[in-house]
Design a protein around this ligand. Sequence first.
Ligand code: ATP
Ligand code: MG
Length: 461
Amino acid sequence: MMTKGNTPMRLSRYFLPVLKETPAEAQIASHRLMLRAGMIKQSSAGIYSWLPLGFKVLRKLENIVHQEQIRAGHNPMLMPTLQSADLWRESGRYDDYGEEMLRITDRHGRDLLYGPTNEELITDIFRSHVGSYKDLPLTLYHIQWKFRDEIRPRFGVMRGREFYMKDGYNFDLTREDALHAYNRHLVSYLRTYERMGLQAIPMRAESGPIGGDDTHEFLVLADTGESEVFYDSEITDLRFGDREIDYDDADQCRAVMEEFTSRYARTDDTHDEAVFHERVPEERRRQGRGIEVGQIFYFGTKYSEPMGATVQDRDGNTVPVHMGSHGIGVSRLVGAIIEASHDDRGIIWPEGVTPFHVGIVNLKSGDAEADAACESLYASLEALGLEPLYDDTDERAGAKFATMDLIGLPWRITVGPRGLKNGVVELTSRRSGESEELPPEQAIEKIAKIYESHRTGGVFG
Ligand code: ATP
Ligand code: MG
């Protein structure tokens, strides 16, 4: 069965502008590899075009984020990139936000801004339409481009000026309900990152301009990360795995939150050397670097109070709602995954996010038997709802392998006249480098089995 949105591809018809040379401006592996693999092209400082391969990965991540948010009971929607300055004057942040905010004036002289985040806009939507505790709890989210005029955009999509972010906002009657929403987000984020093949550790953090006291950042450990982190090594053994969770059950969500946040793990903003030493035995103390791929906040009535986002409670009193906001850096994640998973030949995509499930390399394009075998593999994989990338060009074998290694598909099937004489093709793992020869049907079966647990369906499927 074809799954909606699947796009198998022939390399001869694909736009994959791989670079032979290592671009001089790229300082870290993910930036280098994204440029070399033809995933992105810089358009101006911190602003990128997403070329087909990069766009495909971005969409896969977005798809996972949507699915996990919907699973947690959150409502997808879409807000615009441009926002009215007046809303930000109401919260007081128009002046506070500073130079990172890109301010724009339209032809009528009205002040607009390119949204760096959406607390004001969502609070305005909420106050226009919700007036009763009966409509709570409510969580709304979207995935939309953001703009922050970062003083030093760098590392490609890791610190862009324009970047793609999932941001979600919960509205609750009480602090207790809002903390349930906080925990629910924490759980859904753990699931999200694990599906992407990543370990992202929740660490106690500072809230910055979003505000509030309760906040955790999710960090992927990597030497090239911009955050300094301190943690108990035991935390790296934790996995959410495939356990079932009832997101409406506050106790269940709290238990997971406690499990994942009880051990010492902090960024340098909140790190306390004395507490670190007191709570963690020396042999488990770790200091390193991490990439922030998400953050969750509980900030109470910080926005609802000044902006009049109130509901009537059970006793008929008008009360401001308790809120939190929750962000995942979708475009940064593309870079973070590569930082966590590459070697000197290129990217190694985790199965859950790979742009194509398997590469097919035809060692002798033009050879009738090899061509027919490749076509048949391609059709069978497509029929199973998988997305092969078939290198049907007449490049040399060595160049074909180098491209496949660079773009990092986790599995490769190599087809050549010599193997076909014995009825076999070669199946190679990008990660381990191991190959085995087996009949084409068995190679397909194996690939199908590998991806069984990584089927995502359509965006909202
Ligand atoms: P940072 O400390 O890295 O500047 P932040 O804490 O200001 O990020 P948040 O407001 O928490 O960012 O945004 C949510 C997520 O969006 C972050 O966890 C990060 O993954 C992503 N993000 C933030 N700024 C950028 C950026 N300039 N480029 C790419 N992704 C970003
Ligand atoms: Mg943050």
